[in-house]
Design a protein around this ligand. Structure first.
Ligand SMILES: C[S@@+](CC[C@H](N)C(=O)[O-])C[C@H]1O[C@@H](n2cnc3c(N)ncnc32)[C@H](O)[C@@H]1O
Length: 253
């Protein structure tokens, strides 16, 4: 999957909830300044806020456009930012007071490397703050099957043949086991956030276009809005509006 199709312009229009939940989680971990790694930094608003709150931030994202947007937004602040696939993440071991990664893990087909590298980067007394969608297998929804069904409709089928829906599922218990193997202990155990997508097909379609259906939207060009609105209408009709957003905070003692 080539997720370099994420655009900061689209993402900024719909990321206020992501920003709010990230800051809320980071405040739970305690924000005392120092060094912070922001993995999958997106368009840079969270990175900027953390730099303004006294952190030297090492930020990275898979998308060159997101990295450029973060660089511009954080100009003059103690932020370094680089293009980096989280599946090939490299962070200095034991160097960070906080490692933060919000709303990225569900886009990775394999999280083992990223989790190991993030856990190892946490210094003694430091924290790893993770938030991701579809973290709760007990609530496994059939939203993805439903999306696949829409993509197979005649109007879209041929044009979307090589862009399947990219969202993955990483159950919280598996994530916790990997962090424990790296010596981290849970501070805030996996918690499902109270989140629902907006039940308006146009607004929800635009949210999907900025993130989960960005690749498909790019492929479809002028027809993208029709497609994302059609998907959103199906999600609303099927009551598939819970992203099962999950948060955990783990610490190195
Ligand atoms: C929903 S945004 C989250 C951005 C930011 N963390 C926030 O909470 O607003 C997901 C981000 O993950 C990035 N991403 C997707 N796949 C990635 C990968 N393999 N490695 C690093 N970043 C990736 C996307 O480019 C996008 O910026």
């Amino acid at each position: 999957m080539d997720r370099q199709t994420w655009t900061p312009e689209h993402y900024r229009r719909s990321n206020s909830r992501q920003f709010r939940t990230a800051i809320e989680a980071l405040e739970l971990a305690g924000l005392h300044g120092g060094r912070l790694a922001d993995v999958g930094c997106g368009s840079g608003e969270i990175t900027r806020e953390l730099a303004a709150r006294g952190y030297a931030v090492t930020a990275s994202d898979f998308s060159p456009a997101m990295v450029e947007a973060t660089r511009e937004l954080c100009w003059g602040l103690p932020v370094t930012v680089e293009v980096r696939d989280a599946r090939k993440l490299e962070l200095e071991p034991g160097a960070f007071d906080i490692v933060h990664c919000s709303w990225v893990l569900h886009w990775l087909d394999d999280v083992d490397h990223a989790l190991r590298e993030m856990a190892r980067a946490v210094k003694p007394g430091g924290a790893l703050v993770l938030q991701w969608s579809r973290g709760n297998p007990r609530h496994m929804s059939d939203a993805v099957t439903m999306l696949d069904d829409v993509m197979r409709r005649p109007r879209w089928r041929d044009r979307l043949a090589d862009t399947p829906f990219a969202m993955q599922q990483h159950p919280a218990d598996e994530v916790v086991a990997r962090l424990a193997a790296e010596g981290l202990v849970l501070d805030v155990p996996p918690t499902e956030l109270d989140a629902q997508f907006v039940a308006d097909p146009v607004a929800l379609g635009q949210i999907m276009k900025a993130a989960g259906l960005a690749e498909q939207a790019l492929k479809l060009g002028d027809d993208a809005d029709d497609f994302v609105t059609e998907v959103a209408a199906e999600m609303i009709a099927a009551k598939q509006l819970n992203p099962h957003n999950t948060r955990l905070i783990a610490r190195r003692e």
